[in-house]
Design a protein around this ligand. Structure first.
Ligand code: NAD
Length: 489
């Protein structure tokens, strides 16, 4: 059995306790993970706090920080097969996706490496004679980063990258569901040559490790990705340290297909939106909103495509669809699908476990026709391969349904009508609108949600500024004594 360690203050160490991690494709225990309790977590934060003012880190120039990040990027690029194999073993995500995503994670670090020496202050055209004033942009301090189990290397790159570019130090808590890839990634941080304590990577359970980290008095900034319920805990925890928060949460994202859309293109996008990563994606297009005249043709195409998806061992290159990450996750999906069918939803395809997969946490690609029904599957985030289909008559109804959930992370619009596309872009309440495409990401494009999908943006230049704060500096240029000390000037 493989054994992983924490990375605290530049050293690899076992946790005070440990727990077992299961391979979702077999249900078997495959690794032993360290379990950070209160003390381990506290030590990691104190290490990051010490490192923040250690000259080995804080005296580096911004360009030197950038070089360290470039080195890290190269190491990620050079270790894709090893990292991808661990991520696939721990999460069940198919090797094709983990390999491609991790290769792209290297580009995320390159993007932030390039930004390190582009973070600038400003000279202020101050309205007082004999005075110079300017803004310094300084790193905010110790960052607590908390990530869920899916796409951890990617979700941590959009936190570590900008935080390190800005000169912060960081404690990253990997998800207890599948911490393997992040704990292994610590090797690369070490090899890149970041001074001890600048990056600390731990894992543990939310109630102890997560809560200790996000309420810690030495933490200045919390970058959280996960579900809305956990986010509420994190917001409450942050009442202790009043840290600046960003929250990347879940979604119930709509893909709106008008009857003039390219049928094949829309069908492929819907399949990618809901069945890639077995639906375990925050931007999963879990609600298909299709214009009535298009419905039968699109559903027939989707059902045919869903039936052809190659379900299998996530380690094999030909596999397109692997298991869910946890048993708990499959249990929940089974419950909600049953409740949706009981509420009147019609099963188009799927709706159970695939035959021949008795081991592991597999669930079939599933499509539910929910038109005219109040189906729980169309309201709750399932984080699984279940598509809820709804219909609309016209643009206004499409907008109303698209905006009818408390979430607002991503959305897709399929139409050949340019003016309608622009109107939809304006009217949909979501942090991302993909027009005639879906599930495209880049370090250059900000990512984040509206409403219960959270606040703050990751990616893009401004995300680096979110790890800084400004200091206003005033300098009097006159050698004359300060006049009248009793009047504010
Ligand atoms: P989760 O909210 O259960 O857990 C996320 C992390 O929070 C884990 O590391 C967990 O240990 C930690 N945590 C739990 N309790 C805590 C507490 N009291 N204090 C501090 N930390 C605590 O999420 P999950 O089930 O692992 O992941 C699925 C969710 O993540 C979905 O809702 C999905 O949409 C969301 N997600 C969002 C994005 C995005 O960028 N918007 C990306 C991926 C996943």
């Amino acid at each position: 059995m493989r054994k992983f360690q924490h990375y605290i203050d530049g050293r690899f160490e076992d946790g005070a306790a440990s727990f077992e991690s299961r391979d979702p494709a077999t249900g078997e225990i495959w690794a032993l993970m360290p379990d950070a309790k209160r003390d381990d977590t506290d030590r990691a934060v104190k290490a990051a706090h010490r490192a923040f003012t250690d000259p080995a880190w804080c005296d580096l120039t911004a360009s030197q920080r950038g070089k360290l990040l470039y080195r890290l990027a190269d190491l990620v690029a050079g270790n894709v097969p090893a990292l991808a194999a661990i991520e696939t073993a721990d999460t069940g995500k198919i090797i094709r996706e983990t390999s491609a995503q991790i290769a792209y994670v290297a580009d995320y670090y390159r993007y932030y490496a390039g930004l390190a020496d582009k973070i600038q202050g400003a000279h202020l055209p101050i309205d007082k004679p004999g005075m110079e004033a300017w803004l310094r942009r300084e790193p905010i301090g110790v960052v607590a980063a908390v990530v869920p189990w899916n796409s951890q290397l990617f979700l941590s790159a959009v936190k570590l990258g900008p935080a390190l570019a800005a000169g912060c130090t960081i404690v990253l808590k990997a998800s207890e569901e599948a911490p393997g890839p992040m704990l292994d990634f610590a090797r690369l941080v070490h090899e890149a040559g970041f001074p001890p304590g600048v990056v600390n990577i731990i894992t543990g359970f939310g109630a102890e490790c997560g809560a200790t980290l996000t309420s810690h008095p030495l933490v200045a900034r919390i970058a959280f990705t996960g579900g809305p319920e956990t986010a509420r805990h994190v917001v409450r925890n942050s009442a202790e340290n009043l840290a600046v928060l960003s929250l990347e949460l879940g979604g119930k994202s709509p893909i709106v297909v008008f009857d003039d859309a390219d049928l094949d293109s829309a069908a492929n996008a819907v399949i990618a939106g809901i069945f890639a990563a077995s639906g375990q994606s925050c931007v999963a297009g879990s609600r298909l909103l299709v214009q009535q005249a298009m419905k039968d043709r699109l559903l027939a195409k989707l059902a045919a495509k869903a039936a052809q998806i190659r379900i299998g061992d996530p380690r094999k290159n030909e596999t397109e669809f692997g298991p869910l990450a946890t048993q708990r996750q499959r249990d929940r999906i089974e419950r909600v699908v049953a409740a949706s069918l009981a509420a009147g939803a019609r099963l188009v395809t799927g709706g159970g476990r695939p035959s021949g997969f008795d081991q592991g946490f597999y669930y079939l690609p599933t499509i539910l026709d929910c038109s005219g029904v109040n189906s729980p599957s169309a309201e709750e985030e399932l984080f699984g391969p279940v598509l809820s289909v709804l219909t609309f008559a016209d643009e206004d109804e499409a907008v109303r349904i698209a905006n009818s959930t408390p979430y607002g992370l991503a959305s897709g619009v399929f139409t050949r009508d340019l003016t309608r596309a622009h109107r939809m872009v304006r009217r949909i309440r979501a942090g991302i609108v993909w027009v005639n495409t879906y599930r495209a990401i880049s370090p250059i494009a900000p990512f984040g949600g509206y409403g219960l999908s959270g606040f703050g943006r990751e990616g893009g230049f401004e995300s680096v500024l979110d790890y800084t704060r400004t200091k206003s500096v005033w300098l009097r240029t006159s050698d004359d004594p300060i006049p009248d000390p009793f009047v504010m000037r």
